[in-house]
Design a protein around this ligand. Sequence first.
Ligand code: MN
Length: 284
Amino acid sequence: MNKIGVHALTFIGDIENPSIEKCLSQVAKIGYDVMELPLLNPDALDTRFVSKAYEKFNIEPTVSLGLSYKTDIASEDQDRVKLGRELLFKALEKTIDVGSSNLCGVIHSALQKNDAPKTKLGYENSLSVIRDLAKKAEQNNVTLSLEVVNRYETNIMNTAEEAMNYINDLGDTNVKVHLDTYHMNIEENNYSEPIKKIGKDKLGMFHFGENHRGYLGSGHINFEETFKSLKEINYSGIITFESFSSEVVDPVLSNTLAVWRNLWSNSEDLAAEALKFIKNGLRP
Ligand code: MN
């Protein structure tokens, strides 16, 4: 059975100690195995406290990050690439320090709407940073999983096929792919082909999100096909529920993701329903 996680922004809009502790206690009470910690402000993260809090509630941490314009490693501007490289190595350190073996998200480029396609130089810059980061990650038993997101959030990889091309262009690394049904709904023909294209060996992380990012099962994502495909490839990794509403806001991330409306107001009910939905779907 896969471990099932929930994104912290389902409950909290910042990653200060009291918020993390409150979130972990709710997540544990509902019955999740994993809580994804978005590195909203890596410098301020108190890793000693946070790692102990995860242990206290017996929840496994995963860490995610989205780069920004200023830290875009897929840029042609060497200053931004350098800042992005520094941020990613810092994020990896924080990942190790909170006791996580997973760093995922949009770490290959800026999480932003671009006004032009990727460039060869920008793409090479991204590969070069991720190659170096992957070496350090591997030495520390951390798996990097690159999230495939829709065209309005990156120009580096919008489909599983582009992600596999990127992985091949990296050469010999242990870097994996992170798929998300919310993004697949926008860019892919269906849910089975991308999951099978990535396959068990390269699928490192999986996000469950509805097409509007609200309650699972209330929209039109084909979760039946998704569950079936994950079972067919024997995916044994983490499945994380990701949802956003104007009820819980981080000013930067919520605006980047265009979270403008209220899709739910009760985090606990939302997360409990999502856990039930995922457990049901995973039954053989
Ligand atoms: Mn996601």
